[in-house]
Structure formats: structure tokens, C-alpha cells
Design a protein around this ligand. Structure first.
Ligand code: ADP
Ligand code: MG
Ligand code: MG
Length: 418
């Protein structure tokens, strides 16, 4: 069906339309009457089908020509499937085993056929049922370090890098969503915004009247728009991570773009901090709640530590790109200069990361796309209390990002707010 005109799949048409694809019959067998197809998309944008038979299973993800969350009044290009496919390919090379295996891509139909991760569940759900994961911080810290480092000028050669930047520049409509929904809308009364009202009205007015905050956020937006430092995942929240007790995988990089190093890790940590503030809405027993919150803060600290440690390791062993060449440093015995440049780069990533972290917390409480950890708290007064803490914590990170020292300081700040 590769050259046919785009048409959205349905559970009823999928078998008939894809039943002749070798890649599918290889996993599922040729008798399409034995295939079961279920649409499970719970995201904001796309269709996701689980296709199973007695012999195997796959995921079929197809882009829709509009934003699923809003409907066909908001068109969105099918090409996002192309960028998701290319991002997944690069992530698989840069951090093997971190993403689902891709079996097939059909550009015309905007569909990706990939490994069905099972019995994995979305990390966000585990963060609402007090589940702990041993390897989570290490896998996620390494994922960001490896994908950020290996997708940057620290690793790639000039031609490869420039061509890749040009390729991903085509994902402009998805970038435009990030630029507007994350960096603008939360800070004024934008049409698609929503927040817990009237409970949050006071704090929302306070944030929107905070001129320093609004200037800082546009500084962050300018860092986001003008710094094509590396290929980012672009939507690295805890709904883009799937887990079992022993495995962690990252999915859904359709927002992939070249942007600043601090963005992915900032977005990721923001989602953990929001889960932290949401816990009183999920765990009634005070001691159990505090224990689990302490685990979340430890995960945040550990993600950053693993990120720093792996990024530093790659800096010292894999700097094959066009920046900070070994010929200027190590080859001349200037090892301290090399370490100095690394420390400065990490410090810059840390500061950007804190800003992006704060902005992500704001937009998930004030903007269009919210998160289940907060949205599912039925008691609105309790939900608003959790959200208020997250909003103020986010503002603190944005405004103090040049002064805050280490991940343990963030844990202390979070505890101070209790
Ligand atoms: P969207 O871009 O619309 O957010 P996602 O890629 O996040 O779509 O997928 C939506 C949901 O489909 C996920 O939350 C997850 O439950 C399921 N899903 C997606 N990819 C896989 C996969 N490879 N294996 C298992 N489930 C998946
Ligand atoms: Mg998603
Ligand atoms: Mg998505």
C-alpha cells in the first residue's frame, strides 16, 4: 500500500489493508482472520493499534492529519511520522536498546510498524500507583546523555550534522506547537488554556503579572529556538517512557528537532517533580506518601548524576566531532583545559535544564495538555494545592536557574514547600 493515497486505518480495515505486508505476515501469519486489532492510542495526536495473532504481535502507529485531542479544526502534517521514524532510528544507534525496534515505515500512509512493548506500561501510571523501578534513573540518565552527546557537534562530523539539521528543520509545525503551547500560552489567557478554577485563579494572575518571569521565559524560548545543539526527543515526558520491573524504553519522538541540550532532561525532570507534588492526591497514608515522594526526588537526583557521569565519559572518550578537538587539548597535554570546557558545558546545560523544567511544569497545569497525575485528582481543592506547589516550584527554578547549585538543592526546595 506504499504508494496509495493516505487513509486513516480503523480496526476493521487494518487487516485487509496491511495483510499483504511481508513484515506483518512474518510476525502475525498470513491468515488475517486470526489477527485481533485494538486501537489503544491514549496520546494527544495519533492512532496506535495493537495487532496480535497466535504467532506474535506488533504496534502500528499512524499519524492523523489533525490533532487528535482537538479534532480536525487543527490540522497537523502527516510528516511527523517521518520525523518520528528518523528519530527512532538515530536513538537506536546512539543508545542501543533504548527504543522499540522499527519493523517498517510507510511515508505515504504516515505509519510506523514497530515492536509491541509488552508487558510494559506507561511510566506515568506507575507514578500514580507508587511503583518503584530500580534501573529507571540509570537508563533515562544514560539515554539523555548518549542521545544528546552523539547527536551533537561533539560527536558528528560537519557534513553529517548539517544535513541532519536540514532534515529535521522540516518538522517546523511540531516545533511551532512547542514554541507556542509551552513558552507563550501559559503566560496569558490563551484560548485553549485551562486550569483548576476558581482555586488557582489567584496564583495564575500572580504568575501572569510577573514581568520578570515573562522575560525569563522568553529568554528560554530564545535558547530553544536559536540553539540547534543536538537532536532532541522533543516530548520526553513520563508518558513517553514505558516500563516493566526490569526494562525501560522511550517512545514517541515525533517532536524531534535540533535544539538545546537542556530541553529533554528539563522536560523529563519536570514530569517527575509534578508526580512528586501530585502524590497526596494518590496516596492517602501520610507516611507512605512521604516515602514514595522521597523515592521520586532520589530518581530526579540520580537521573542528573547518571546524565553527568555518562556525558562526561563520552566527552573524555568519544569527542570525534568538530567541537573542542582533542588536538587543541589532550594532544598538547592540556587535560585541565578539556575538563574546564566540560564543566562549563555541563553548567550551561544545568541552567537551561532548570528553566525548561519550570516552563514544562507551568504549561502542564495552565495550558492545553495536562498530565494524568494531577488531572485525575478528583478533590479539586486538594488538586489545586498540589498544582499551586508545582507552579511556584517551577517559577523558582526559572528565576533562580543561574544560582541553584545541584540536584540535592532541588530536593530540599521541594521538601520546603510541604
Ligand atoms: P501519541 O504520539 O499520540 O502520544 P504514543 O506513541 O505516545 O502516541 O502512543 C500512545 C500510546 O500507545 C502509549 O501511551 C502506549 O500506551 C501505546 N504504545 C505506543 N507505542 C507502543 C509500543 N511500541 N508498545 C506498546 N505500546 C505502545
Ligand atoms: Mg505520546
Ligand atoms: Mg506523540
Amino acid at each position: 500500500m506504499s504508494n496509495s493515497v493516505y487513509e486513516a486505518l480503523t480496526p476493521q480495515t487494518l487487516g485487509e489493508r496491511l495483510g499483504k505486508l511481508d513484515v506483518l505476515t512474518e510476525y502475525l501469519g498470513t491468515d488475517i482472520s486470526t489477527w485481533s486489532v485494538k486501537e489503544v492510542g491514549d496520546g494527544n495526536l495519533n492512532l496506535v493499534f495493537i495487532v496480535e495473532s497466535a504467532s506474535g504481535s506488533v504496534i502500528v502507529k499512524q499519524a492523523l492529519p489533525y490533532v487528535r485531542l482537538v479534532g480536525d479544526s487543527w490540522p497537523l502534517p502527516l510528516s511527523r511520522a517521518f520525523f518520528e521514524y528518523h528519530a527512532l532510528k538515530r536513538q537506536a544507534l546512539r543508545d542501543p536498546g533504548s527504543v522499540p525496534e522499527i519493523y517498517h515505515f510507510d511515508e505515504e500512509q504516515a505509519l510506523i510498524i514497530m515492536e509491541f512493548l509488552t508487558p510494559h506500561i506507561i511510566l506515568r501510571h506507575d507514578l500514580m500507583s507508587a511503583t518503584r523501578h530500580e534501573t529507571l534513573a540509570e537508563v533515562l540518565g544514560n539515554f539523555v546523555a548518549r542521545t544528546l552527546f552523539r547527536g551533537s557537534d561533539l560527536s558528528m562530523n560537519a557534513a553529517e550534522r548539517k544535513q541532519d539539521v536540514a532534515l529535521f528543520a522540516g518538522n517546523d509545525k511540531l516545533c511551532d506547537i512547542t514554541e507556542n503551547l509551552i513558552f507563550n500560552d501559559p503566560y496569558f489567557d490563551a484560548e485553549m488554556n485551562r486550569h483548576t478554577t476558581p482555586h488557582l485563579d489567584g496564583v495564575v494572575s500572580e504568575l501572569r503579572a510577573d514581568m520578570d518571569l515573562k522575560v525569563e521565559v522568553q529568554h528560554l524560548k530564545s535558547i530553544f529556538c536559536a540553539n540547534a545543539e543536538t537532536m532532541l526527543h522533543g516530548d520526553l515526558h513520563t508518558g513517553s517512557v514505558m516500563v516493566t520491573p526490569s526494562d525501560v524504553k522511550v517512545i514517541d519522538p515525533e517532536f524531534a528537532l535540533y535544539g538545546p541540550m537542556g530541553f529533554d532532561v528539563g522536560m523529563l525532570l519536570a514530569n517527575f517533580y509534578m508526580a512528586y507534588f501530585a502524590q497526596p492526591g494518590h496516596i492517602a497514608d501520610a507516611e507512605g506518601c512521604t516515602d514514595y515522594q522521597a523515592w521520586i526526588l532520589q530518581v530526579c537526583e540520580d537521573i542528573w548524576q547518571h546524565f553527568v557521569s555518562e556525558f562526561s565519559h563520552l566527552w573524555r572518550t568519544e569527542r570525534t566531532g568538530i567541537l573542542y578537538p582533542a588536538s587543541l587539548y589532550e594532544d598538547q597535554g592540556h587535560h585541565l583545559a578539556s575538563e574546564q570546557a566540560l564543566t562549563q558545558m555541563l553548567s550551561k546545560i544545568w541552567q537551561d535544564m532548570l528553566g525548561f523544567c519550570g516552563v514544562e511544569m507551568h504549561r502542564r497545569i495552565l495550558g492545553l495538555a495536562h498530565i494524568a497525575e494531577l488531572d485525575t485528582i478528583e478533590d479539586e481543592t486538594l488538586r489545586a494545592q498540589c498544582e499551586t506547589k508545582a507552579l511556584l516550584f517551577g517559577r523558582h527554578l526559572i528565576k533562580n536557574r543561574h544560582a541553584l547549585g545541584a540536584p540535592a538543592d532541588l530536593s530540599r526546595l521541594a521538601l520546603v514547600m510541604e
